[in-house]
Design a protein around this ligand. Structure first.
Ligand SMILES: *Cc1c(COP(=O)(O)O)cnc(C)c1O
Length: 323
């Protein structure tokens, strides 16, 4: 959907919780060659898998140590202010990227400052900006595009990049030379254009660690939010809010087992979640259930964003290629 533009990949935050090392290997094999992380601390794990010069660090060098780290590893800083421009030049400089703020008031050099001679002196690979409202049909999109076109005329760079996932759906005018999808690579559907095109790529699964039988009147979980009104069979799953399966799924979440729906009973706790196995007598200890994590639906139901649903996934999952 990026047309003739290349597609890079935002792999920050452990590739949105999916597992950055696996993701960069898969995407590099698929032909992706530009990768974006937020922190310098995210760089070392990626170095064995992709060339350092293809790792862009969005937060830029906020002190001399970080500028030095960039020079010694070869990872490319995204310079976000004239102070960072100066720091990079003083550290010895070299190829870099530059972020221009075209109207989000977040990271980036103000678009009115782009004629500064310190910018002209840089060796800029990618000149980028970031869209604030691409997931909506907002006039802000055209405003930012218009400003970015003016920036392009003033900042000399090898490549220009504006669109995140949602921006890709806004059309070729937004694509520049390089798009920077994140959420869409991980199954997020952030615009109607992606419905039916983007499919889920990851789902959390948890094992049944205990099965128990309940009598009418038996209480379930913290604060007894569920009470059995009949004889029931329940499974205790090894997943909880410490794994990113948040308490908002208390009494409302669903798991799936062999295509059957398995409702959550009562409160989600830190490490455990109780589900109703009454209608699934063959499901037992050691069986794996998948959380029903259709991202757009799960976001609508939970009030969380699709981004949060992925990035909150905890460190206790073994991240495996699915069956
Ligand atoms: C996170 C990020 C992206 C990716 O955004 P998605 O909405 O996940 O596609 C692209 N560019 C920048 C600067 C980002 O911070």
């Amino acid at each position: 959907m990026s047309g003739i533009a290349a597609a890079g990949a935002a792999v920050k935050a452990d590739a949105y919780g999916i597992g950055a090392e696996r993701v960069v290997r898969v995407l590099a094999a698929a032909g992706c060659s530009d990768f974006f992380v937020a922190h310098w601390s995210e760089v070392p794990a990626l170095l064995p898998h992709i060339p350092a010069a293809r790792i862009a660090v969005l937060h830029g060098p906020v002190n001399r140590d970080e500028a030095q780290f960039a020079r010694s590893t070869g990872a490319r800083p995204v310079l976000n202010s004239l102070t960072q421009v100066q720091r990079w030049s003083e550290s010895g400089g070299g190829p870099c990227h530059v972020m221009i703020d075209t109207g989000m008031s977040r990271l980036g050099i103000e678009w009115s400052q782009v004629a500064d001679p310190a910018i002209a002196a840089l060796d800029i690979d990618i000149c980028l900006s970031h869209l604030a409202s691409a997931d909506e049909d907002s006039p802000q999109n055209a405003d930012q595009l218009h400003r970015f076109e003016q920036v392009r005329r003033k900042v000399s760079a090898r490549r220009y990049s504006l669109a995140n996932s949602a921006g890709i759906a806004l059309g070729s005018a937004y694509h520049g030379d390089l798009t920077r999808p994140g959420i869409a690579l991980y199954g997020g559907v952030v615009r109607p254009e992606f419905a039916g095109v983007i499919v889920p790529v990851a789902r959390p699964e948890a094992a049944v660690v205990q099965v128990r039988n309940l009598e009418p009147g038996d209480k379930v979980g913290y604060n007894a939010l569920f009470c059995a009104s009949k004889s029931m069979r329940v499974g205790i799953l090894s997943i909880g809010y410490a794994d990113g399966y948040l308490r908002c799924w208390t009494g409302t979440g669903q798991f799936l087992w062999q295509g059957r729906r398995v409702p959550v009973l009562g409160r989600v706790s830190m490490d455990l979640t109780i589900v109703d196995l009454t209608d699934l007598p063959d499901c037992g200890e050691g069986d794996w259930l998948a959380a029903d994590y259709d991202l757009p639906a799960a976001a609508a139901q939970s009030g969380l964003s699709q981004y949060e649903l992925l990035t909150i996934m905890g460190q206790r999952f073994s991240r495996q290629t699915g069956s």
